[in-house]
Design a protein. Structure first.
Length: 449
C-alpha cells in the first residue's frame, strides 16, 4: 500500500505515519527501506530517464545508535550519465537537531560546575543512551570554537582591570580581563603567557582601542599607575579599598599572629571606618574591651579563656552583620569625602597609638589619598574591584582554574564565558520535543530490523 504524507514523503508499506515537515520535494520509502524521490530528475540535464544504481547507508553514529538502517537511493541518468543520490535533508536535520541539543545540555552542565565526566553521564541519562566521552568532547569544543566574541564600539570610560592565574597541565598562564564598571559588559577576556608590564600594556591597548578612557578600578599593584599614565595620561585611578583592608589584616597578623589583641583590633577598625561605616563593629569592640577589663582576674588561664570567649563573640557578631546585610541586599554604608577626610585626620593625629605596621600603612594612605577617594568624587566609580572579582568567580571556579589540558581549551572557555556574560546566544537551542518528534518519524519510516 502506498500513502502520501503531507505532500513531502510517502511510505509504501506504512500507513501509520502521521507526517513529515520541511522539504518541499516528494520522497518515498520503498518496501526495501530505500529513500528515493517520487520522480527522480537528473540534476545536470533535468531529464527523467534514469536507472537505479543501488544505495548507500547513513553511517552517522547518531542514526546507527538508534538501530536505524537508512538507505539512500542512488541513480544514473541515461542521457548524460550523471550519478546522483536522493536528497537526505530530513535525516541531516534530525542529526543536527540532536547534536544541538547535546551541545546545549553539555554547555549548561559544565557551566554550572559539573565536571566534564559527570556532565557526560548526566547528558546520557537525559537522552536515554550513553555517548562516548570523545564524541561529547568533540561536540562541546566545536561549539565553543564557533563562539563569536563581540567587539564593542562604545563604553562608559570607567573600567575594572585585573588578572587571574590559571594552570594548564601544571604550567601557569594568565587571564587578563577588562570589564566596563558601569554597563557590566566584559570588554576583553584573554589568555596571555604572563602579566608583565609590556603584556599588560599590549592588552589594554588592544581592548580599549577606540573607546573612551576616564578611569580604572584596580588593585594596589605598584606598576599599574605607571602603565596607565603612559597609555592614558588623563585617566584616573581608584585603588580597591577591599585590597587595602586585606593588606591591613596581613600586617596585623604579621605583627601579632592570628590572635590580634583587642586594642590593636580596635585601631584597625578605625582605619576601616575611614571609607565605610564600621561604627557597629567599633561599638561592639568597645563594649567587649570594657567587659574584659571588668571581668579579668589575676589568674592568667582564666583571662585567656575569657579573651577566647569574647573573641568568639565578636566573630559571631561580625558574621551576623554580614548575614543581615545579605538578607536585606544591603552593603556597608560608604562614607562621603568630607566624612572620610574628617575620620582620617583624626587617625593621623593619633598615629603614634597605632601598631608599627599600621603607622606605615597610614602614611601610605595619606600619600596616595587621591587614588583611594576617586569613588567619592566620581559617582560612576566603584570603591572596590568586586565587580570583576564576581565575574571571575561566576565563570571559573577554583577547581576549573586547574583543570585545563591545553591553552586552546583556555581560549575556548574564556571566549564562551565572555560571550555568555555579555548576553550573547552561544548557539541555537533545540528542544527535546523537537528531537523526539523527528526521531519518531524516522522510526516509522525506517523501522529497525
Amino acid at each position: 500500500m502506498r500513502t502520501s504524507v503531507n505532500k513531502t514523503f510517502s511510505v509504501e508499506y506504512n500507513t501509520r505515519l502521521s507526517g513529515f515537515v520541511g522539504a518541499k520535494r516528494l520522497y518515498v520509502v520503498s518496501i526495501g527501506g530505500k529513500l528515493k524521490p517520487d520522480f527522480p530528475i537528473c540534476p545536470t540535464c533535468r531529464h527523467t530517464d534514469y536507472v537505479e544504481n543501488g544505495y548507500h547507508t547513513v553511517e552517522d553514529s547518531i542514526v546507527l545508535s538508534l538501530g536505524l538502517h537508512i538507505k539512500i537511493g542512488q541513480f544514473q541518468c541515461k542521457k548524460c550519465g550523471t550519478f546522483w543520490s536522493s536528497d537526505r535533508e530530513f535525516i541531516d536535520n534530525f542529526i543536527q537537531k540532536e547534536k544541538e541539543l547535546i551541545k546545549s545540555l553539555m554547555l549548561g552542565c559544565v557551566h554550572i560546575g559539573l565536571s566534564f565526566k559527570n556532565a557526560s553521564s548526566h547528558v546520557g541519562e537525559i537522552m536515554g543512551k550513553m555517548y562516548s566521552y570523545q564524541y561529547l568532547h568533540e561536540l562541546y569544543t566545536t561549539a565553543l570554537e564557533q563562539v563569536h566574541v563581540e567587539k564593542f564600539s562604545d563604553a562608559s570610560g570607567i573600567y575594572y582591570y585585573d588578572e587571574q592565574f590559571l594552570l594548564v597541565t601544571g604550567e601557569e598562564v594568565c587571564r587578563l580581563t577588562i570589564k566596563d564598571a558601569v554597563t557590566g559588559k566584559v570588554i576583553l577576556d584573554k589568555q596571555t603567557e604572563n602579566a608583565q608590564k609590556e603584556t599588560i600594556k599590549k592588552t589594554l591597548m588592544e581592548g580599549l582601542q577606540g573607546l573612551p578612557v576616564d578611569a580604572f578600578i584596580v588593585d594596589m599593584r605598584r606598576e599599574y599607575p605607571e602603565i596607565i599614565k603612559e597609555l592614558f595620561p588623563k585617566a584616573q585611578i581608584q585603588w580597591c579599598i577591599f585590597h587595602l583592608y586585606k593588606l591591613i589584616w596581613k600586617e596585623l597578623h604579621d605583627e601579632f599572629g592570628k590572635k590580634v589583641p583587642f586594642v590593636e583590633l580596635y585601631k584597625a577598625y578605625e582605619l576601616f571606618d575611614v571609607f565605610f561605616d564600621h561604627s557597629l563593629e567599633l561599638n561592639k569592640l568597645s563594649e567587649i574591651m570594657k567587659k574584659f577589663d571588668s571581668m579579668k582576674t589575676t589568674d592568667e588561664k582564666s583571662n585567656k579563656e575569657l579573651e577566647r570567649a569574647q573573641r568568639k563573640e565578636f566573630g559571631e557578631f561580625v558574621k551576623t552583620l554580614k548575614k543581615e546585610r545579605r538578607r536585606k541586599n544591603e552593603h556597608v554604608k560608604r562614607r562621603s569625602l568630607t566624612e572620610s577626610e574628617k575620620k582620617f585626620t583624626a587617625v593621623k593625629h593619633q598615629i603614634q597609638l597605632y601598631p608599627k605596621h599600621l603607622q606605615k600603612r597610614i602614611r601610605y594612605i595619606d600619600e596616595k589619598w587621591e587614588k583611594f577617594t576617586l569613588f567619592q568624587r566620581d559617582q560612576r566609580v566603584q570603591p572596590t574591584s568586586n565587580g570583576i572579582e564576581h565575574y571571575f568567580a561566576a565563570t571559573l571556579s577554583k577547581t576549573d582554574k586547574k583543570d585545563f589540558r591545553s591553552k586552546a581549551a583556555v581560549d575556548r572557555e574564556l571566549a564562551a564565558h565572555q560571550a555568555k556574560w555579555n548576553g550573547q546566544k552561544l548557539f541555537s537551542i533545540t528542544k527535546l520535543s523537537e528531537v523526539l518528534t523527528l526521531a519518531g518519524m524516522l522510526f516509522l519510516a525506517f523501522p529497525p530490523s
